[in-house]
Write a protein that binds this ligand. Structure first.
Ligand SMILES: Cc1cc2nc3c(=O)[nH]c(=O)nc-3n(C[C@H](O)[C@H](O)[C@H](O)COP(=O)(O)O)c2cc1C
Length: 360
């Protein structure tokens, strides 16, 4: 078993086990939040990945963050994303769309109609967001009323249907990195006393309703779910991540989703790893992500700890990462200054290796 062994993932047959991790790169058109022609070129350059997971994409007008982030709730956005998925498919690739809602991490000034960030509970993220006057701490969100939850579930399902209409092969539900679903999942951000809070079953309910609603639209075999069970700097954390992920994995096993994607750094000490708990309770494909290189990825595959490995920063700087992994070639150095800068520099201009035949 190597990174180059084929792998079935839900409805798809992947030619390798190398996944391009979701990476927000802020190259969308600012007002329409549509991906541009540059975005299509960027993803098509990376189409040799077994699977591309797109940048986190907003599901509704209410969820707004930095300039250049993209969305999938208007017809214009569906049409623009179709050009991206066409470009990826024409280059022989496969692409899922990652869907998210910022919850308490929305920028209050950007929410339409004077809205205010909403989350499971009125607890602020312990982080700042960029404003024209410099970074500001996130304010406490307004706790969602019980009646506000079903429309959010529906918005996720609509976004997933839009993603399929735009030609995506499936969607990844973003349950990681401290955004709305993750805020519901973890007891550091969710103090609700209703059906959507309390123990692990209550805190997982919002996610599982979204999974069911999306599966009803596009089929469970085209739905993946991403988690980041370890504590985040913004204060999103859980007192018992192993128990939370055991419950979530057990429920996703019943629903036969296409995969679980776990952000768990490669160097996580053995006794702190959550991946084995997921593996014991979920028989579908597992993707691991976080600081992997070829050696640590192949070791994880060989030891049966995962089925696929996702690469984040590696994919920013190396459009042909699959070929570099195959040839043991060095990786280009990423430039963090251009991660979110807009434009082609540091986005579509990282060089690919020359073909082998030209090297002699
Ligand atoms: C510029 C940048 C943007 C990212 N955007 C997203 C995102 O949209 N959704 C997400 O789930 N993770 C996002 N991540 C996290 C990556 O998917 C990945 O988990 C992280 O980079 C660790 O993997 P790596 O060590 O291979 O880079 C982002 C990371 C970076 C560096």
């Amino acid at each position: 078993m190597t990174l180059f062994s084929p792998q079935r993932v839900g409805a798809l047959d992947l030619p390798n086990r190398i996944v391009m991790a979701p990476l927000g790169r802020a190259r969308g058109a600012p007002a329409s939040r549509e991906p541009t022609a540059l975005v299509a070129q960027y993803y098509a350059q990376r189409a040799s990945a077994g699977l591309i997971v797109s940048e986190a994409t907003h599901i509704s007008a209410e969820t707004v963050s930095r300039r250049g982030t993209t969305a999938i709730h208007t017809e214009g956005q569906v049409a623009a994303w179709s050009r991206v998925t066409d470009a990826v498919h024409a280059s022989g690739g496969r692409i899922f769309q990652q869907l998210f809602h910022l919850g308490r991490k929305a920028d209050p000034a950007l929410i339409p109609d004077g809205g205010w960030p909403r989350g499971p509970s009125a607890i602020a993220a312990n982080a700042t967001y960029a404003t024209p006057g410099g970074p500001k701490p996130f304010p406490a969100p307004r706790a969602l009323e019980r009646s506000e939850i079903p429309p959010l579930v529906e918005a996720f399902a609509r976004a997933a249907a839009n993603a399929r209409r735009a030609g995506f092969d499936g969607v990844e539900i973003h349950g990681a990195n401290g955004f709305l679903i993750d805020q519901f999942l973890r007891d550091g951000a969710n103090l609700r006393q209703d059906l959507y809070g309390g123990d692990v079953d209550g805190r997982s309910r919002f996610l599982l309703e979204i999974v069911d609603a999306i599966a009803g639209q596009i089929g469970a075999n085209r739905v993946g779910v991403r988690f980041s069970p370890h504590p985040l700097a913004d204060g999103t954390q859980d007192t018992e991540p192993g128990r939370l992920l055991k419950h979530a994995a057990t429920q996703l096993e019943k629903r036969a989703v296409a995969y679980i994607h776990l952000v768990e750094p490669a160097e996580t000490p053995v006794d702190a790893r959550i991946a084995p708990i997921v593996r014991q309770n979920f028989s579908g494909p597992l993707i691991l992500c976080g600081g992997y290189d070829k050696t640590s990825a192949e070791t994880a595959l060989r030891e049966g700890r995962t089925d696929l490995v996702a690469f984040g920063v590696g994919y920013i700087a190396n459009p042909d990462l699959v070929e570099r992994l195959r040839r043991d070639a060095p990786w280009n150095t990423p430039d963090p200054d251009t991660f979110y800068s807009g434009g082609a520099a540091g986005y579509t201009d990282y060089p690919a290796l020359r073909p082998v035949t030209e090297r002699a």
